[in-house]
Design a protein around this ligand. Structure first.
Ligand code: DGL
Length: 275
């Protein structure tokens, strides 16, 4: 019996996103929960999700979840704002932890003027998921949201540097509303966006609290596993395995830039349509 529980605890955490975005959660898990194993799936063959229809997003997400289930993980994390905004429509929503709640809780804790901004993909903003969650936690907050349909694709294609003119122009356009409304807190409601948080911070003038949805989700995972007595009991550092649906080299190169270490040797391509 004891051995069974130990085996359960030492199973990996399953994480998925449309591509690179969920690595923002992986990076935070590495520092918060260094002994946890991770199975990551980035749907690089079908990214971006945020411009797709609800029906397509849900069917992709169900396949991603089936894939992670086949890897015998102890929990499944949708490290994707777009999927998290549609979590109740998934086949097995009870199996999945999303990014919306943890990010909203963090934003409400930090805001002083109760003007909270949210950026996300078109599908995320259209769903109203962040606004609904924020209003529930803090009815007096004024929520200002902006969809950023170009950002995830720019990031997936490697435009992540301050020196990228096209990135700077795009971020400037999307930030206008928040500067005008004087928000003091902005939720980076798509897990891709923390990758360019320095650019966003500069454009906003350096005085807005930026909520990293990947990081907040990692904090939530730690709390959740602790409460459930499901933290890994391994003493060694966690083992990471990455899976993608296309463009392995592009993914691992960009991941290396963001994570700071090489993942090429532990990244494989799978056919997600088999799940
Ligand atoms: N990183 C994802 C999100 O948080 C997906 C972005 C996309 O593929 O459009 O929404």
């Amino acid at each position: 019996m004891e051995n069974n529980l130990k085996n359960e605890k030492n199973k990996p955490i399953g994480i998925f996103d449309s591509g690179l975005g969920g690595l923002t959660a992986v990076k935070a898990i590495k520092s918060l929960l260094p002994h946890e194993d991770i199975i990551y799936f980035g749907d690089t063959g079908r990214t971006p999700y945020g411009t797709k229809s609800e029906k397509t997003i849900i069917s992709y997400a169900n396949q991603n979840i089936n894939f992670l289930k086949s890897k015998n993980v102890k929990m499944i994390v949708s490290a994707c704002g777009t999927v998290s905004s549609h979590i109740n429509k998934l086949d097995n929503p009870e199996l999945v932890t999303g990014v919306i709640e943890p990010s909203c809780q963090a934003a409400v804790k930090l805001t002083k003027n109760y003007k909270i901004g949210v950026i996300g993909t078109s599908a995320t903003i259209k769903s109203g998921a962040y606004t609904n969650a924020l209003n529930k936690i803090c009815p007096r907050a004024k929520i200002i949201s902006q969809d950023c349909p170009l950002l995830a694709s720019l990031i997936e294609n490697g435009f992540i540097d301050k020196s990228s003119e096209i990135l700077l122009k795009t971020v400037n356009t999307y930030m206008k509303k928040f500067i005008k409304e004087k928000v003091d807190t902005l939720i980076l409601g798509c897990t891709h966006y923390p990758i360019i948080k320095d650019v966003i911070n500069d454009v906003l003038g350096g005085h807005v609290n930026l909520i990293n949805s990947g990081e907040e989700t990692a904090k939530f995972i730690k709390k959740y596993l602790k409460e459930k007595n499901m933290l890994s009991e391994k003493n060694s550092l966690g083992i990471y395995n990455f899976f993608v649906s296309d463009k392995l080299n592009d993914f691992s190169e960009r991941a290396k830039m963001f994570l700071g270490y090489d993942i090429q040797n532990c990244t494989q391509i799978i056919n997600i349509n088999e799940y």
